[in-house]
Design a protein around this ligand. Structure first.
Ligand code: A3P
Length: 290
């Protein structure tokens, strides 16, 4: 396949690729509805996992055919991609209510209509070390992402914030700060979700005002387990030709601490040193081990 890998460029102070900026005007003018639900993440923090949980919670009982016939990236479309960003297209794709919409935007790029409509937003954050490893393998297998280079150069680019959607540090901090003033934001962690999926589903239900039965919640928790997601072709992205699963699967390891298999001792020291300088708000804590 000819390479279609994009270049990174600075866009309003954030590194981006043209795939996510082409439709900027449309996206910025997007008209949110009060019952829209947004899933916001830095790439590779568990977006698909939480998207699937929400889709099951809302539509698992009422529209079970969604689960077997529509890939997750159409059930929960990307706000920033041209294909789904126009009002009409998004409405066509999502006849159901509420609309579940995902975004990787840093806080300052979120279209103002979502704030005006006071939409509920779920932000998922993942520790930086596992996040950079997951992102590296994703950029290796996804031809729509910039050339990743070798691990060491990718690792340094991550620390510099030269990734699509910019700096992980700015992203998680920007959203964390927003949570202090915007009450309709539920900030959750990948590590917590892995530790106790049932507990995190309970928290999500309470935030969303949903009250499924114990049995329904157990079904959801079972369906979204890593091994089940990995083999579910409607969720594991195996239907997208731009991704090469011979290089790395989208549902790759699904673990905490895989960074230990990638970071050298020297890289780890350099990373920790740099991390301390960038992560000054000690109310925001991540677990890199469990
Ligand atoms: P790894 O590459 O570390 O395996 P996103 O959906 O934001 O692109 O995130 C993808 C990451 O979430 C991948 O991480 C993927 O394996 C992980 N993931 C998805 N579903 C998961 C689950 N049920 N349990 C644990 N990790 C999961």
């Amino acid at each position: 396949m000819d390479s279609i890998r994009p270049e990174l460029f600075d866009f309003h102070g954030v590194s981006m690729s043209h795939y996510f900026t082409n439709n900027w005007e449309n996206v910025q003018n997007f008209q949110a509805r009060p019952d829209d639900i947004v899933i916001a993440t830095y790439p590779k923090a568990g977006t698909t996992w939480v998207s699937y949980i929400l889709d099951l919670l809302y539509f698992g009982q009422t529209a079970p055919e969604r689960q077997t016939s529509i890939p997750i990236y159409e059930r929960v479309p990307f706000l920033e991609t041209a294909r789904v960003a126009s009002k009409k297209d998004l409405a066509d794709k999502l006849p159901t209510s509420p609309r579940l919409i995902k975004t990787h935007f840093p806080i300052q790029f979120v279209p103002k209509s979502f704030w005006e409509q006071n939409c509920r937003i779920i932000y998922v954050a993942r520790n930086a070390k596992d996040n950079v490893v997951s992102y590296y393998h994703f950029d290796r297998m996804n031809q729509a992402q910039p050339e990743p280079g070798d691990w060491n150069s990718f690792f340094h680019r991550f620390m510099e914030g030269k990734m699509v959607f910019g700096s992980w540090y700015d992203h998680v901090n920007g959203w964390w700060k927003k949570k202090q003033t915007y009450s309709n934001l539920h900030y959750m962690f990948y590590e917590d979700l892995l530790e106790d999926t049932g507990r995190e589903i309970d928290k999500l239900c309470s935030f969303l005002g949903l009250s499924p039965s114990v049995e329904e919640k157990e079904i959801v928790a079972g369906k979204v387990q890593f091994d089940n997601i990995k083999k579910n072709s409607m969720v594991n992205y195996s239907t997208l030709s731009v991704m090469d699963y011979n290089i790395s699967p989208f549902m790759r390891k699904g673990k905490v601490s895989d960074w230990r298999n990638h970071f050298t001792v020297a890289q780890n020291e350099e990373f920790d040193e740099d991390y301390k300088k960038k992560m000054k708000d000690h109310t925001l804590q991540f677990r890199t081990e469990m």
